[in-house]
Design a protein around this ligand. Sequence first.
Ligand code: PLP
Length: 390
Amino acid sequence: MPGERIYLDYNATAPLAPGVREIVCAALELVGNASSVHREGRSAHGAIESAREQVAALVGVSPRRVTFTSGATEAANLALTPCITGPGLAGLDVLILAAGEHPCVLEGHRFASDRVLHAPLTTDGALDLDALRSLLEQAGEARCALALQAANNETGVIQPVRDAAELMHGRGGIVICDAVQGAHRIDCSAETLGADVLFFSSHKMGGPKGAGALVIANAALEIGAPMLKGGGQERGLRAGTENIAAIAGFGAAAAHSLRVRDDEALRQRQLRDAFEAGLKARWPGVTIFGAGSPRLPNTSAFAIEGLTAETLLIALDLQGLALSSGAACSSGKVRSSHVLESMMVAPDLARGALRMSLGEATTADEVVRALEAIGTVVEKMMARRVRSAA
Ligand code: PLP
């Protein structure tokens, strides 16, 4: 409907998925503390355990492997510690960070700075596996973990987690995978990815904000050094009375994702491809970032030369269109994207990068209207540039 807002920023956060609100509201009525032995406590405990089963099903692991946290940021901070042990692994010496990781990984890890190596991306936005091989040579006998996301939040580029895991495992290392953007769009089961540890966020998949999960898929591993110590909840890995409503909603969103994921991926890919075809028809010189790599079906990161994202976003917002420039977590303070920088995108072009990300509620009509709004705003800006240059 003309005049209605169009929300195309699902990679920043998604509206509640169908059925989630009801589950959250019902869980808010649970009076018990999940640690209490009485009936009220057992009901609260039951809600958490159902959610654990639902999240575990999305990842294809036993529910025992799932630890609930306040979100993916907390899970990343918890997982990225040198204190990971297992058979033949008495802690980690080195963390290899893929260059496109989210700030919760790049800044949230708990390794000393001289224990960190950086693995670059290719110009198509995927981890450079040859560079990873060289870094592993350089690391020699050191015990290494690689932090590699399933898919990038800015470009949607799907990362070669399985290939990287084979390389890491071949040298006694492990892979810690941020599956936040992938889990509800592509198969991010622990088996498919081959990752040892994974983490997830509720609000990206249509659950409430404030819940996430750490999954230690490799049952032989143990993560030491929990950050929240206290009452021993979550098997001692994450103390504190659980946010039952958020966790229950997260479970419902995970179950919903598993049901609709494949159909939605197909539908959203068609919409995204139509959007990009529309961009190319209007501006043949438009750059689509990561187009040479497999990408999430819902994401398009693009730039039209000579325009800046900051002004475009404000003008588009006034037109009723919610898009993003780079990662939403860093929007507000607009700074150049470390992801595009690692892909060797020229700084002038990177400054104009916009991200459109679709979701389950997106319609074909919205995509058409989004293209029109972008067309109106871009033509106006180009005309203004021509006038000021004259
Ligand atoms: N990882 C990726 C790839 C993300 O896109 C985000 C959020 O933008 C996060 C991690 C952090 O998730 P949360 O908001 O649950 O802390």
